[in-house]
Design a protein around this ligand. Structure first.
Ligand code: GCU
Length: 723
């Protein structure tokens, strides 16, 4: 058994239990493959027939999913029928007299929770999947299928589950022309041109996948929003899409452009204090609800990276959010107002700006506003300390925003299992109200007594056949949904589930691949931005390293702004002697981050440290840095080895794609390490630690690497080619 960073890789592998050759698969079926299980004889008597009284689109979806799932898993047709031994009886007390008669304890389950229980009904042993709403029944049906998919016993069930977060949303950053900002899985799956008349069957497959993990809302367009999305033409298209998603409990939201009253409404201003602007939002919103009665609301990126916003009129973020919130409130709609705000005119440390702007507005936002806050104060880096706004805005609904698409984490090909990162943030203790004031408790409303709660993920879905560009990126979509439903789940447990449903439950496979997935997150931190480094990415497309970049218009767009490498050392001084960003955290954290006890992983985020500073390990900072880069590469090398011996368990197509991707990952990990060391050594002037090779090329070589086109970047004209 190999151990890397305390993680076990199992080198000894037994042959898979499967007797037939593993069939080629392309990943299209995601984790809803429903391939026949090995022990059909054990499960078949426990799922013989589906009993569903009443009908509604969601109940029909539940019935259809159970029919598809059970028939596939049990390798025989399982269809609707009457109560018998082994029946699966689904419904709500309202739709089903059978369920009503059982008087099940559903009162704590809310509108979306479910109960799965083995009971006796009219003398028959059956399983009931009951809920207060049809959508709860659908969620319960997916959960029941998951039990079989992961080979759990289903003969004595008594499971009750309700989501801890009420709104569980994906933000698609899809442009209306079909490109996707930071999309690494092909084009947008939303084919607006053909809507509303043609609705691609993939929308339904996506809805099933979303619902299977409890995602209950999607915003459909890029947060850097195109005003056309609000036009009557596009709202008509959206209404047709909403009809497809509705049975699956998914509401549609739109990213709204703050200046829409000018561009669409032909008003002279978008000033939120102007009555004509207020009237315009009301009229616009009313007309959307006439066509989409359960429209979710808006996501707004305002005064951020060139987007218009209230600041253009000397109004606060709250005034901007509230004008839209007031228009939505009568319909029950929500505004997700993004906190990703920093100004080109403000010389303050970028990491401090959102907090500085939002904290004084605590209590000023309407109740139907969420301030949607990224996990960290900079921008979806491989590792960031939690955003200081969590715990600091007790009178505001805060939604956590994480990025599922891997803009800064290797994009399509790197295997980085993100639930580990999501968990690190959810479990982060803000100490706002003493120990245990975790981000999870801030966003689920329990810490500060909020009724509303939300978590948002920037989608990684595109029209690639496998949806996410890489097989393993499906786990990030899956894991996001699972954690938004229940932030207390473990990344390890989610990986097990997903692997079992997506590949095989064979323990020899799962026990090998789970540690590989778990280790992948620390690997990317190590080979890209170890010890608290951040934003060391090449310009604009963020593919590959660029720690030397210093020529971009805005200081905080340059990697040198963040690494602050100089003759003395490395890192951003955010202690009281520097930008004092540490003061935005609860006092014990502020003290920890500005003092000598700071954990290594946040060191260079908060402190400027001498090259020869003695680290906990006894090494100098320089040596430690090199060791981390090399550990990152070594971990990827181990991941490759671990995956290589998994060949017997996985179909050829998926196995060989991942094999190739892991090779790319290792190559690029090496590139990251070499380029960063080549740059930093021009400041440290220290020799490589013993046993660690110097970069094979000089700095000029790494600086000259140039990619004219990278997926997910904004359209641009590349430099002229040179041979
Ligand atoms: C990042 C990303 C942008 C995106 C922005 C946002 O900066 O690079 O493409 O628009 O985040 O979250 O708004």
């Amino acid at each position: 058994m190999l151990r890397i960073l305390g993680v076990a890789f199992f080198a000894l592998v037994t042959l898979p239990a499967l007797t037939s050759p593993v069939r080629a698969e392309d990943g299209y079926d995601l984790w809803l493959r429903y391939r026949p299980i090995e022990a059909v004889a054990q499960y078949r008597p426990l799922a013989t027939v589906i009993v569903s009284e009443g009908a509604s689109p969601s109940l029909d979806a539940a019935k259809a999913e159970l029919t598809r799932g059970l028939s596939g898993l049990l390798d025989k047709p399982v269809s609707a029928g009457a109560v018998a031994d082994g029946a699966v009886v689904i419904g709500t007390p309202l739709s089903s007299p059978l369920i009503a008669g059982l008087k099940l304890p559903l009162n704590t389950l809310g509108n979306e929770g479910y109960l799965i229980r083995s009971v006796a009904l009219n003398g028959h042993a059956v399983t009931v999947i009951a809920a207060n709403s049809d959508i709860g029944v659908l969620y319960g049906s997916f959960a029941f299928l998951r039990l079989i998919q992961t080979r759990q016993p289903i003969n004595r069930l008594d499971i009750a589950s309700a989501p801890r977060l009420k709104l569980r949303l994906l933000n698609h950053w899809d442009n209306l022309d079909g490109t996707i900002e930071r999309g690494y899985a092909g084009h947008s799956i939303f084919d607006w041109n053909k809507m509303p008349d043609y609705l691609d069957p993939r929308y339904t497959v996506m809805a099933r996948a979303d619902a299977s993990v409890g995602i209950n809302g999607i915003s459909v367009n890029n947060v850097s929003a195109d005003v056309w999305m609000l036009s009557s033409m596009y709202i008509g298209k959206l209404a047709a899409l909403a009809d497809v998603l509705r049975p699956y409990g998914i509401r549609v939201y739109v990213a709204a452009r703050f200046s829409a009253p000018i561009e669409l409404g032909k008003l002279k201003t978008a000033d939120p204090a102007d009555p004509t602007v207020q009237a315009w939002w009301k009229k616009e919103v009313d007309s959307i609800y006439r066509r989409i009665p359960d429209f979710g609301g808006f996501v707004v990126k305002a005064n951020s990276e060139g987007q218009p916003g209230p600041r253009d009129y000397d109004r606060t973020q709250a005034e901007g959010a509230n004008v839209i919130a007031d228009a939505l409130a009568p319909h029950g709609g929500i505004v997700f107002w993004r906190a990703f705000v920093y100004s080109e005119k403000d010389p303050t440390d970028r990491a401090k700006q959102a907090y500085n702007e939002f904290k004084p507005l605590d209590g000023k936002f309407r109740d139907n506003v969420f301030v949607q806050t990224k996990n960290g104060a900079i921008d979806f880096q491989p590792r960031e300390p939690a955003h200081p706004m969590f715990g600091a805005m007790p009178k505001t609904n805060l939604a956590l925003e994480v990025q599922i698409t891997k803009e800064y984490l290797g994009q399509t090909t790197h295997l980085v299992y993100l639930p580990v990162l999501f968990k690190e943030i959810l479990d982060w203790d803000t100490l706002a109200k003493g120990k245990g004031s975790t981000v999870a408790k801030v966003i689920d409303g329990s810490l500060e007594g909020h009724d509303r709660s939300a978590m948002v993920g920037v989608s990684n879905i595109g029209d690639d056949r496998n949806w996410t560009g890489a097989q393993f990126s499906q786990a990030d979509w899956y894991g996001f949904g699972r954690l938004a439903w229940d932030p207390s789940l473990s990344a390890d447990g989610i990986a097990r589930e997903w692997l079992g449903m997506t590949f095989t439950n064979d323990p020899a496979f799962v026990n090998q691949v789970v540690p590989m997935m778990i280790a992948s997150r620390e690997a990317v931190v190590d080979y890209m931005t170890p010890l608290g480094l951040h934003h060391q990415f090449a310009t604009s497309h963020h593919y590959g390293p660029g720690p030397w970049i210093d020529d971009l218009a805005r200081p905080e767009w340059n990697p040198v702004y963040y690494n602050r490498a100089d003759a003395k050392g490395l890192g951003f001084d955010r202690t009281p002697s520097g930008s004092d960003a540490t003061a935005q955290y609860a006092p014990p954290l502020a003290k920890l981050f500005s003092g000598p006890d700071i954990p290594d992983r946040y060191l260079l985020w908060f402190q400027h440290v001498a090259w020869d500073h003695k680290m906990r390990s006894g090494r100098t900072l320089w040596d430690e840095l090199v060791v981390h880069y090399d550990t990152g590469i070594a971990t990827v090398a181990e991941m490759r080895k671990a995956w290589a011996v998994m060949k017997p368990y996985v179909d050829q197509q998926r196995w060989s794609q991942e094999t190739a991707f892991l090779a790319i990952q290792e190559k690029e990990a090496q590139w990251w390490r070499d380029a960063c060391i080549a740059y930093f050594e021009t400041f440290s002037h220290m020799p490589m630690p013993a046993g660690h090779a110097p970069p094979p090329h000089d700095l000029a070589y790494y600086k000259a690497i140039y990619f004219p086109y990278v997926p997910g970047a904004a359209p641009h004209k590349p430099k002229d080619p040179v041979e």
